[in-house]
Design a protein around this ligand. Structure first.
Ligand SMILES: O=C[C@H](O)COP(=O)(O)O
Length: 241
C-alpha cells in the first residue's frame, strides 16, 4: 500500500509560485515513485494551474481545500465538486479544523461534502482532530472517532475516503509536535473504521516525519508549513519510500 505524502498550501502562493512548485515536483517524481502517493492542495486560484502543470494522469494528485455539497447554485464564494474536478482536482479536502473553527464547518456539512465528492468520483480527504481540552480530559480518541464516523455515515463507498488525523493543538504556528503516546489512541480508533487510509497532520517536519510514518495506523502525512518549500516537500516524499 502506498504512503500518502501531501501538502496544503493553505492561503499561500500565487499561481506563478504554485506552478513553479508543481513543476519541480513533477520533474522529481517523473512517472511516479513506488510506494508513495504525493499530492498537492493549493489555494482555489491555483488549482487549475497546478493540475495543468502536473499534467493529465499525473502520479501527483491535485486537490482543493474545500468544496460545497451542492453541484451548483446561489452559494456565493463557494466552489462545487464538479467545478473542482473541471479545474483538475482529484482530491477534496473536507473539514479541516480551521474551517470547522472559522467557517462553521460541522459534522453535518462534512458528511454532505464527503457524499458530494464520492458522487462525482473524487477522493474525499476528511480531516478530524480533537482540541487540547478534549485531549486533556482524556476524550481525544472519542472525539476523533465521532467526527470520522459522522463523515462516513451513510456514504456509498466509505472505503474510498481518506482520513487525516490532525489534532487541533498540533496544527499551525501555535501548535506543537505530538508525542507518540498522545496520538496513538486516536490512531487506534481510526484504524477500526472502513476508510481507505489514515494520514497524520500537525507540525510534521523532516525531524519527526520518520517516526510518525512508522506509527501503527499511519499510512501517510499531511503537511502544512514544513512543506511549503518545495525542497523540503521532496525530502518528505523521499522519506515515504
Ligand atoms: O493541512 C495541514 C495541517 O493543517 C498541518 O499544518 P502544519 O503542518 O502547518 O501544522
Amino acid at each position: 500500500m502506498s504512503r500518502w505524502i501531501g501538502t496544503s498550501f493553505k492561503m499561500t502562493k500565487t499561481r506563478s509560485e504554485a506552478a513553479s512548485y508543481a513543476a519541480r515536483v513533477r520533474a522529481a517524481v517523473g512517472d511516479g515513485i513506488d510506494g508513495v502517493q504525493p499530492f498537492l492542495i493549493p489555494s482555489a486560484t491555483a488549482v487549475s494551474v497546478v493540475a495543468d502543470t502536473l499534467g493529465p494522469g499525473s502520479p501527483v494528485l491535485t486537490g482543493v481545500q474545500n468544496a460545497h455539497w451542492d453541484d451548483e447554485g446561489a452559494w456565493t464564494g463557494e466552489i462545487s465538486v464538479p467545478q473542482a474536478a473541471d479545474a483538475g482536482a482529484r482530491l477534496v479536502e473536507i473539514g479541516h479544523s480551521e474551517r470547522r473553527a472559522h467557517f462553521a464547518e460541522t459534522d453535518d456539512t462534512v458528511r454532505l461534502k464527503t457524499a458530494a465528492a464520492l458522487r462525482h468520483g473524487l477522493t474525499p480527504l476528511v480531516c478530524v482532530g480533537e482540541s487540547a481540552a478534549a485531549r486533556d480530559a482524556g476524550r481525544g480518541a472519542d472525539v476523533v472517532r465521532a467526527q470520522a464516523e459522522a463523515a462516513l455515515e451513510g456514504q456509498s463507498d466509505p472505503g474510498a475516503v481518506l482520513l487525516a488525523y490532525e489534532p487541533v493543538w498540533a496544527i499551525g504556528e501555535h501548535g506543537r509536535p505530538p508525542r507518540p503516546e498522545e496520538i496513538a489512541p486516536a490512531l487506534a480508533a481510526l484504524a477500526e473504521l472502513p476508510a481507505r487510509a489514515v494520514l497524520y497532520g500537525g507540525s510534521v517536519d523532516l525531524r519527526n516525519a520518520p517516526w510518525l510514518l512508522e506509527l501503527p495506523g499511519v499510512q501517510g502525512l499531511f503537511v502544512g508549513r514544513a512543506a511549503w518549500d518545495v525542497d523540503a516537500f521532496l525530502d518528505l516524499v523521499a522519506l515515504g519510500l
